[in-house]
Design a protein around this ligand. Structure first.
Ligand code: HEC
Ligand code: HEC
Length: 188
């Protein structure tokens, strides 16, 4: 997106965009947190997410290529300018590590690291930070990650045409549990 790239380079425009977004995110903050750290385990963090990915996600919700009851409605309420500003705003926020609810299973985490290194690293990068249109997945809540991977694996219609459908097709339940355990504990 040219407009996002332009924002990266122009400090005054960045400040205007940031301030405009702050006014608009009241609705979002109930679920995603004011600083983009989500309030619930099934809701993704937006903090530190790649702005291009956030922007693309809005487009997919508007066109219903990606479906979610709340998000399809929320995305439609935003103008193009607001989608640019909000994508930029959340990308600038810091991810806070979540408290780990259960004891960390080191063997499971190690298995996840191994699967990630073989299957995922080429696109999501060594630290799982993604880039451009590829999402950062490090530090997302574990239940959100496993649910997302199950939906891709099961070709759930809510994720139509995603490049992840092919990638996830061969994942076992054990792979998904291991990947979610590994990725959720990565500190971004
Ligand atoms: C009622 C709770 C709720 C509200 C309010 C809400 N969201 Fe969401 N949001 C969700 C859930 C749940 C998902 C995951 C849906 C899915 O899997 O497609 C999501 C997904 C997203 C995603 C995709 C993130 C990713 O990692 O793929 C973006 C971007 C997003 N929301 C932005 C917003 C913005 C901006 C607003 C305010 C205009 C907002 N949301 C309001 C619950 C909410
Ligand atoms: C060919 C490149 C590619 C590979 C390989 C890949 N991904 Fe992805 N992944 C993507 C893209 C692009 C998206 C965004 C998809 C979309 O919006 O439909 C994505 C989305 C995701 C999401 C959803 C993030 C969110 O916030 O909703 C998760 C989780 C994920 N990938 C995990 C993985 C895991 C785990 C692997 C390895 C098993 C993997 N990916 C391999 C390109 C890839």
């Amino acid at each position: 997106m040219d407009r996002l790239a332009a924002l990266e380079k122009d400090p005054a425009a960045r400040e205007r965009s940031y301030a405009a977004a702050q006014e608009r995110i009241l609705l979002c903050s109930k679920c995603h947190g004011e600083d983009g750290n989500s309030r619930r385990d099934y809701i993704p963090n937006l903090a530190g997410q790649n702005p291009q990915y956030l922007f693309d996600a809005f487009e997919k919700y508007v066109t219903r290529q990606r479906t979610d009851f709340v998000m399809n409605q929320a995305a439609k309420l935003l103008t193009l300018d607001e989608r640019v500003n909000i994508a930029f705003y959340f990308s600038q926020q810091k991810v806070h590590p979540r408290p780990v609810a259960e004891p960390v299973d080191n063997a499971l985490v190690a298995q996840g690291a191994q699967r990630f290194g073989t299957l995922c690293v080429a696109c999501h990068g060594a630290a799982a930070l993604g880039r451009d249109g590829i999402p950062r997945i490090a530090g997302q809540p574990r239940p959100y990650l496993s649910h997302a991977l199950q939906r891709y694996r099961d070709k759930d219609p809510s994720r139509a045409d995603s490049p992840m459908l092919g990638v996830a097709a061969s994942l076992s339940d054990g792979d998904i549990a291991a990947l979610a355990a590994y990725l959720s504990q990565l500190q971004p």
